[in-house]
Design a protein around this ligand. Structure first.
Ligand code: K7E
Ligand code: CUA
Ligand code: CA
Length: 642
């Protein structure tokens, strides 16, 4: 404990740690790849926390282990990274329960194979998928009264600027929207209330930040001085793009206030540079605030333009156009060098920007930002109530609902627990305020972090999950690709206790963890959900209209309603399959050899596929999902006559 007595060091005393220049960053990156050695030497403001007693580890570790048949107490919704899906975990066990395909085809459920999923994913005129790659980063769920309401979750695709919505009744993706006029769509956050109507205390919008600047319209000009970035609002129900804000600099992560009045994005490229040296040439960048009510008024009043072929209203949020606080739509709060995450504290008072290339976190008081918009605060930067040292490479912050924040230190491979009120007191001049409460080593180079219920008013400070980007020596080696390491930490006490390591396939970024009773998942569909449902086996058959053929079929273990069905070579076939089994967990599959068809139908679910019967022959269509003692016998013949 005594090694923490001198904490925190004044910024001036930090030497190399207070400022990361290009050379130092390149050196540190090489260090990440080359060795497993962690920082925490004499140069570190606080040495790593002494190891917790072995007994504490043992008991905490035991708490993650559920006995056979026991259920987890929390759900985790994890972004899947390159796999383009959302992963559902149970916590504290860390067991992966399912993956919800969104942006990328999935061979288990037939995502990207069935007509219904293709309609959601988007197709080219020839009917093939518009995109088959994605890069998901951020996942958040809809709110009511400051807590998750179990309606929806959203996830972004950074590569193709898409936002997907997941219905949390069936845990399926039901809509995908491609944002116009942007590239590098990164941060998302749903709003938590309406800025003008107090009766609307739930999510109606999703805010999306675009990280890369592009020419608008995108003419392909090389002159990066003309590139601009956008902040986008998507309607939570219709999933249509409501409006966009043209900004200076760029967007990165996104946060929203509990009163619905403000949204914000951290900006690391206020320089609007096209090369990384240029992007880190200024000592300070910004946290950019959006006045939601004013933006919506401006859109209503027609004070917008449109860009290129997009019809989305674009309002002007640039610095030059927003100097007068009384009319400003945006406010640029200065924060140190290339900040990363911005996170909203569960008491609703603060947004916290992590420094990334600065070893600091910046605490911004929201009531002061609102005062500035009212013309009552002279300088917007006066909304900063703390800017305190945490360690090297601060990225993301979580909360325990007891006034503490937990920030990942990417370069230090640590999580630092710090007290927000004490940080504010320290910043005000009380140099005796010991705001750093604890530090713990994580393995290794952590990115996102989240605590149970963290970004809700019901933050309960039980567990903390940390997404470590490198796992190095933590798992059995299995070829050159290492998994990421999701670590679970017990934060119920004063000191953090490491509970478990979990390998995850590359690579999740953000995730949320919430109490299991906040969602009410359904396990059996109703036939009425599906316009094409074949409600009775008697409706089965082959229905021909020239070359267009519809095959209607049902499944009931262990048989499909048609024993065989005949087609002619060249037929354009739409096959509709309804699973009439209504018992929970009774899922069937349907595969057609050599036709690239496989999908599943859950209880009372209907799916369809369309293909050209271009190969004559007999094809045994069989059930691919184990359903019955006669599962292997569950087949039907597709006979394509030459
Ligand atoms: Cu920090 Cu894309 Cu949220 Cu990754 S971003 S870690
Ligand atoms: Cu039906 Cu296996
Ligand atoms: Ca910068």
């Amino acid at each position: 404990m005594s090694d923490k007595k001198d904490l925190p060091l004044a910024p001036a005393g930090l030497g190399r740690r207070s400022f990361i220049n290009t050379a130092a960053l390149v050196g540190l990156t090489a260090g990440v790849a080359a060795c497993t050695e962690k920082t925490g030497s004499a140069a570190t403001p606080a040495a790593p926390a002494p190891a917790a007693p072995a007994s504490a580890h043992a008991s905490a570790g035991a708490a993650t282990h559920l006995k056979p048949g026991e259920l987890d107490t929390y759900y985790g919704l994890w972004s899947g990274g390159h796999t383009g899906d959302m992963r559902v975990l149970g916590l504290p066990s860390g067991r992966e329960i399912t993956r919800i395909p969104c942006f990328v085809p999935d061979a288990l459920v037939g995502w990207g194979i069935t007509n219904e999923s293709k309609a959601i994913m988007g197709t080219k005129p020839d009917g093939s998928l518009k995109y088959t790659v994605a890069d998901t980063h951020h996942t958040h769920a809809s709110y009511k009264d400051g807590n998750y309401d179990g309606r929806y979750a959203w996830i972004n695709d950074k590569i193709n600027s898409r936002l997907a919505r997941i219905r949390l009744d069936y845990f399926v993706c039901d809509k995908i929207t491609e944002l116009p006029n942007v590239q590098g769509f990164h941060g998302i956050f749903p709003d938590k209330a309406d800025p003008v109507d107090p009766a609307i205390n739930y999510t109606t919008r999703v805010f999306c930040g675009a990280e890369f600047s592009i020419p608008l319209p995108n003419t392909g000009t090389e002159d990066s001085g003309k590139y601009r970035s956008m902040f986008t609002c998507v309607d939570a129900e219709s999933m249509e793009v409501r409006w966009q804000v043209l900004i200076d600099g760029n967007c990165d992560l996104t946060a929203t206030s509990y009163d619905g009045k403000l949204a914000a994005t951290n900006q690391y490229n206020t320089e609007m540079g096209a090369k990384y040296e240029d992007m880190m040439s200024s000592e300070r960048d910004a946290c950019l605030f959006f006045n939601i009510a004013r933006i919506e008024e401006a859109v209503k009043a027609g004070k917008f333009k449109t860009i290129g072929t997009s019809k989305v209203p674009v309002v002007d949020g640039t610095l030059e156009a927003n100097k007068d606080p009384k009319t400003a739509l945006t406010a640029y709060v200065s924060v140190p060098k290339n900040p990363h995450g911005v996170n909203a504290s569960p008491d609703g008072k603060y947004f916290i920007c992590a420094g990334k290339l600065s070893p600091t976190a910046t605490v911004i008081e929201l009531s002061k930002v609102l005062e500035w918009f009212d013309g009552k605060l002279e300088k917007i930067d006066a909304a900063i109530v703390a800017e305190v040292e945490l360690g090297l490479g601060p990225l993301h912050t979580a909360f325990d609902g007891r006034g503490n924040a937990y920030t990942t230190l990417f370069l230090d491979s640590q999580v630092v627990k710090w007290n927000v009120d004490k940080a504010i007191a320290f910043h005000k001049g009380d140099k005796a305020a010991k705001y750093v409460v604890d530090r713990i080593d994580v393995h290794y180079q952590p990115g996102h972090i989240n605590a149970t219920q963290s970004e809700t008013k019901a933050a309960d400070g039980k567990y903390l999950a940390v997404g470590c980007k490198f796992s190095k020596d933590r798992f059995l080696p299995a070829g050159p690709l290492h998994p990421e390491n999701e670590q679970l930490i017990d934060i119920s006490g004063e000191k953090m206790v490491l509970m478990a390591d979990h390998p995850v396939r590359g690579e999740p970024h953000d995730f949320i963890i919430f109490k299991r009773d906040l969602v009410k998942p359904k396990q059996v569909y109703t036939l009425d959900e599906f316009p094409l449902a074949v409600k009775d086996p008697k409706e089965s058959g082959v229905f021909r209209s020239g070359k267009k053929v519809t095959v209607k079929m049902t499944s009931q273990a262990p048989a499909f309603s048609l024993r065989e069905f005949k087609l002619k070579k060249g037929d354009e076939v739409t096959l509709i399959l309804t699973n009439l089994d209504k018992i929970e967990d009774l899922t069937h599959g349907f595969a057609i050899p050599n036709y690239n068809v496989n999908f599943i139908v859950n209880p009372l679910e209907t799916k369809s596929v369309t293909f050209v019967a271009d190969k004559p022959g007999v094809f045994w269509c069989y059930c691919t999902h184990f359903c019955h003692a006669l599962h292997l016998e569950m087949r039907t013949r597709m006979i394509v006559e030459a």
